[in-house]
Write a protein that binds this ligand. Structure first.
Ligand code: ZN
Length: 368
């Protein structure tokens, strides 16, 4: 193994517009950069993986990974990494942008195969766009079939790339540029449509997110002269729901459905009803802390479907208000929440208007 994988993850990602740097954004349960690192390890092609970043990251368990500090521009980071491995006698070096987490191990293998007879192997795809080239005030129509979009990983004979990079004084956006400018041969191979670059948050939608579902159920007895809360809304009624907290069955069922979807146990784990601390606590408070948990794990809610089971008060009369309250509490659009009223043919506790029950199905996905 005389191959080295360089992962460039020092960018500021200004167009991504997030407090978390793009390369550390959680995508399908792990930071963006880990997607590339894991594939590089799994491929078994590389003796060393160099991660170039300006952020403090935990020392990885895998001994083949080295972390070095990057520059302020991409080509500076790339040069730093090449200088770092200068004396390590690598025959080949692969340079990859952490913003492309979706390449396949097969692509790495294809690149390696072609590198045997070439000094530079670059993956590309064609474009469906109609592209014009602006040259001063002149516009030139470019023939679509002649256009190629280069991707990474790009792989090179180390010595050749090192020489070209060291002599370069220009701003470049990939290493293929160096070979083109010095008129050196490049072997282009078909890249992958899925290997897109994440620039804005919207680009994340192109990558398959995982959807999870959770179910929640709750029932509370009704009690005279207590305030009734349903979905965080105070609903005028002669009775309220008995419980350790305010007895809001809708919020409790939503909390359990959400915890189910993110596979984090149940409401009782977080708010045990034998703890004084939670006595008479408003369920809106409980929901808030669960929502923080949800967003910390990078989940967002797709939709909620709610069955509110009671004879009285009539759900249809309060539906819009409850949905409005929920959409505010959950920061959701109203059309992401559905509320159905169910009666039980006068049967049992609920039928005798002694209790209210609620069941919820929540769907969440894990990137924003
Ligand atoms: Zn409850």
């Amino acid at each position: 193994m005389s191959d080295c994988f360089i992962l460039l993850a020092a960018g500021k990602g200004k167009r991504f517009k997030s407090n978390t740097l793009k390369q550390f954004h959680i995508l399908n349960g792990k930071p963006l950069i880990d997607h590339s690192i894991e594939k590089a390890i799994k491929s078994k092609i590389f003796k060393e993986i160099i991660v170039v970043t300006n952020s403090k990251i935990k020392k990885p368990k895998d001994k083949s990974i080295t972390i070095i500090k990057g520059g302020s521009e991409r080509f500076e980071s790339s040069m730093k990494a090449l200088a770092h491995i200068k004396n390590k006698k690598f025959k080949n070096v692969y340079i990859h942008d952490a913003a492309r987490p979706n390449f396949s191990i097969k692509l790495l293998q294809k690149l390696k195969k072609e590198l045997v007879n070439n000094n530079a192997v670059i993956p590309y795809i064609n474009t469906d766009h109609s592209v014009k080239y602006k040259n001063g005030s002149n516009l030139i129509n470019l023939k679509r079939e002649n256009l190629i979009l280069t991707q990474t990983p790009q792989c090179f004979d180390f010595k050749t790339l090192y020489k070209l990079s060291s002599n370069n004084k220009n701003f470049i956006t990939d290493e293929a540029t160096l070979f083109i400018e010095s008129k050196q041969k490049i072997k282009f191979i078909k890249g992958e449509e899925n290997n897109y670059k994440i620039t804005t948050k919207k680009d994340l939608d192109k990558i398959k997110s995982k959807t999870f579902y959770g179910i929640g159920f709750d029932i509370h007895k009704l009690e005279k002269n207590k305030k009734l809360y349903l979905g965080g809304l105070h609903v005028p009624y002669h009775s309220g729901l008995k419980g350790h907290s305010d007895g809001d069955v809708v919020l409790h069922a939503i909390i359990d459905a959400l915890l189910g979807a993110i596979r984090k146990k149940d409401i009782g784990t977080y708010f045990p009803d034998d703890k004084k601390k939670f006595k008479n606590v408003r369920s809106t408070k409980m929901l808030k802390s669960i929502l923080i948990n949800l967003s910390k794990s990078n989940f967002v809610i797709n939709n909620l479907d709610i069955n509110l089971i009671c004879e009285q008060p009539k759900v249809s009369k309060n539906r819009d208000k409850i949905i409005k309250s929920l959409s505010k509490l959950l920061s959701l659009e109203r059309n992401q929440i559905n509320l159905k009223g169910k009666t039980v043919e006068k049967l049992g506790l609920i039928g005798r208007e002694k209790a209210i029950a609620c069941e919820v199905i929540a769907s969440v996905k894990n990137h924003d």
